[in-house]
Ligand binder design. Structure first.
Ligand code: UDP
Length: 492
C-alpha cells in the first residue's frame, strides 16, 4: 500500500470534531494515510484520548507513524466542568456553544505544537467542517487546509443548495415540503428534516465562520466513494468549485477482527463473546439494531422495539443507549422479554464493536438511524437496511438508501427525534410498524432477494474502490498534491 518508500513523507495534521461519529472516521483516515506512507498528527484532548485508548494502542501495535496529540481543553474558562470535552457529554445548546468556544481556543497550543515539529514540518491540515478555526492555523503556517465533510455527496449537495438558494428563507412551516431547485432530479425536502449545521439562535457567528472557511478551504475530503454516487459527487464538486477527495469507505483499511473490535469508544461488551454468539447463528439471519453514538432511546420506544422484534421472530443483536434509569430499562427487559428471546437475541447495553458485527456472515439486516458512518459501514458489508432516521441529514441518507440505491426499507418515521427533544414530544414508532418492516427486510420474497443482490453489488464496488480503485487513487493523488504544495517561504 505504501507508495512513498523512498520519497519525502508528507505530514498530515488531523483535527476531528469531538463527537464519536466525527472522530471515528478521522481515526480511520489517520490509519489510511499512515498506511500509504504519510506521517500523521491526530489532535485530540485528554478525556477524548482516554476514550479512544484501544484505538491508540492498536496504532502503536501496528507501528504506524501516527502521533496522538492531546491538547488541554480550557473547559473551566468557558464555564464547562473539567473533562467535559465531547459533544455527547452536553445536552443544552448553550453548553455546545461553550464547547465550540473551547475548541477554538486550541488555536495557539496547536500552532505552538506544530511549530515545534522541526523534523516533521506539517504539510497539510485536514479538519472537520465544525472546526473552522483551523483555517486560520493553516494560513498562519502557510499550508493547505482541507475540510473533512462527514456527509455523503448526496446530502452535501442538498445542504449546499439549501444554503445557497436560501430554500427555507420564507418558509414558516418547518415540515413543508419544498422541491430542491437545481438538484439532478426531483427531490422534496423539509427544513425539519435537513441538516442544520448550527443554524439556531446563538450560533450565528459560528455558523458564519463554518461557511466562510468552507469557501476558503483548499478542498474537501469525504468518507464516501465515487462509484456509489457519481452523479451527486460530480454535481457537488461543480457547486463548490474545489476538488472533492472521496477516500471511503475508510474503515476498510483495518479489516482484521481485533482492529475492528477496538474501533471507537470503550466497548461495553467482550468482543469475543459477541463473536461467539454471532458464530452460533445461521448465515444471513441476524438483524443488527443500533442508532449510532449520539441518540438515546426513550423507555416507551424501547418497549415498542422489544415487542416488535419479538413479534418478528427474527434473530437480533440490539444495542441499547438510553438516558433513562438503568433500573427502569432492566425492569422493562426483565419482564420476560430477554427470557422469551434468549435463543435468538443478544442485547448490548452501551458501546458495541459495530464494524466487527456488521462484517460477520450471520448478519442479514441492519436497523439504522442512517448516520453516514453507519450507512457506509452497512453498504460496504452488503447488509440491507431498515432506515430509522432521527434528525438532520439522516433523513437525506434515508432517501439515498431507499429511493436511489434501493438497498433499504423505511420503518416510516414521520418526525425528528433529536437528543434535545422532550420525552413527551417523541413520536414513538409502533411495534406493528417495526415487526412489519423487519419481516419485509428479512423475508424471502423477490423484493427482499433483489435488495440483497443490490447490497452485495455495492459491497463489491466499495471494496474495489479501496483496493486499487477510485478511493485508492484519491489517497495517492492527495498525498502527491500535498507534496507539491510548497510551504510559503516566509513561514518556513
Ligand atoms: N459505533 C460503534 N458502536 C456503537 C455505536 C456507534 O462502533 O455502539 C460507531 C459506528 O460504527 C460509526 C459511528 O460510531 O462508525 C457512528 O457514526 P454515525 O455517523 O453512524 O452516527 P452518529 O453517531 O454520528 O449519529
Amino acid at each position: 500500500m505504501n507508495f512513498l518508500d523512498d520519497a519525502p513523507k508528507p505530514h498530515f495534521v488531523l483535527v476531528p470534531f469531538m463527537a464519536q461519529g466525527h472522530t471515528i472516521p478521522m481515526i480511520d483516515m489517520a490509519h489510511l494515510l499512515a498506511k500509504h506512507g504519510a506521517i500523521v498528527s491526530f489532535i485530540t484532548t485528554p478525556a477524548n484520548a482516554s476514550r479512544i485508548e484501544s484505538t491508540i494502542d492498536r496504532a502503536r501495535a501496528l507501528n504506524l507513524p501516527i502521533q496522538f496529540v492531546p491538547l488541554k481543553l480550557r473547559c473551566a474558562e468557558v464555564g464547562l466542568p473539567e473533562g467535559c470535552e465531547n459533544v455527547d457529554k452536553v445536552l443544552e445548546k448553550e453548553q455546545v456553544k461553550r464547547l465550540t468556544d473551547a475548541y477554538s481556543m486550541l488555536h495557539k497550543p496547536l500552532v505552538s505544537y506544530l511549530r515545534a515539529q522541526s523534523n516533521n514540518t506539517p504539510s497539510c491540515i485536514i479538519s472537520d467542517l465544525c472546526q473552522p478555526w483551523t483555517g486560520d492555523v493553516a494560513r498562519e503556517l502557510g499550508i493547505p487546509r482541507l475540510m473533512f465533510n462527514g456527509f455523503c455527496a448526496f446530502a452535501s449537495l442538498c445542504r449546499n443548495i439549501i444554503h445557497h438558494e436560501k430554500v427555507f428563507e420564507n418558509v414558516a412551516d418547518d415540515n413543508e415540503l419544498i422541491v430542491l431547485p437545481g438538484f439532478p432530479h426531483r427531490l422534496e425536502v423539509s427544513k425539519a428534516r435537513s441538516p442544520g449545521n448550527f443554524n439556531s439562535p446563538g450560533f450565528e457567528e459560528f455558523s458564519e465562520k463554518i461557511l466562510e472557511e468552507e469557501r476558503r478551504a483548499d478542498g474537501v475530503v469525504t468518507n464516501s466513494f465515487y462509484e456509489l454516487e457519481p452523479l451527486y459527487h460530480e454535481e457537488y464538486q461543480k457547486k463548490i468549485g474545489t476538488k472533492v477527495w472521496s477516500l471511503g469507505p475508510m474503515f476498510l483499511c483495518n479489516t482484521d477482527m481485533s482492529a475492528m473490535a477496538a474501533r471507537g469508544d470503550r466497548a461495553s461488551v467482550d468482543a469475543k463473546h459477541c463473536l461467539q454468539w454471532l458464530d452460533s447463528m445461521k448465515p444471513g439471519s441476524v438483524l443488527y439494531v443500533s442508532f449510532g453514538s449520539m441518540t438515546r432511546t426513550v423507555l416507551s420506544q424501547l418497549e415498542e422495539i422489544a415487542l416488535g422484534l419479538e413479534a418478528s421472530k427474527m434473530p437480533f443483536l440490539w444495542v441499547i443507549k438510553s438516558d433513562d434509569k438503568p433500573s427502569d430499562i432492566e425492569k422493562l427487559l426483565a419482564e420476560g422479554f430477554e427470557e422469551r428471546t434468549r435463543d435468538r437475541g443478544l442485547i448490548i447495553r452501551g458501546w458495541a464493536p459495530q464494524a466487527m458485527i456488521l462484517s460477520h456472515p450471520s448478519l442479514g439486516g441492519f436497523m439504522t438511524h442512517c448516520g453516514w458512518n453507519s450507512t457506509i459501514e452497512g453498504i460496504s458489508n452488503g447488509v440491507p437496511m431498515i432506515t430509522w432516521p432521527h434528525c438532520a441529514e439522516q433523513f437525506l441518507n434515508e432517501k439515498l438508501i431507499v429511493d436511489v440505491l434501493k438497498v433499504g426499507v423505511a420503518v416510516g418515521v414521520q418526525s425528528i427525534t433529536a437528543r434535545t427533544v422532550e420525552v413527551h414530544e417523541v413520536s414513538v414508532v409502533k411495534r406493528y410498524q417495526i415487526e412489519r418492516t423487519v419481516l419485509k427486510l428479512m423475508g424471502e420474497d423477490m423484493d427482499a432477494e433483489e435488495r440483497r443482490l443490490r447490497a452485495m453489488e455495492l459491497k463489491g464496488k466499495a471494496r474495489q474502490a479501496i483496493d486499487g480503485g477510485s478511493s485508492y487513487s484519491n489517497v495517492k493523488h492527495l498525498i502527491e498534491y500535498v507534496l507539491t504544495k510548497k510551504i510559503r517561504p516566509e513561514v518556513q
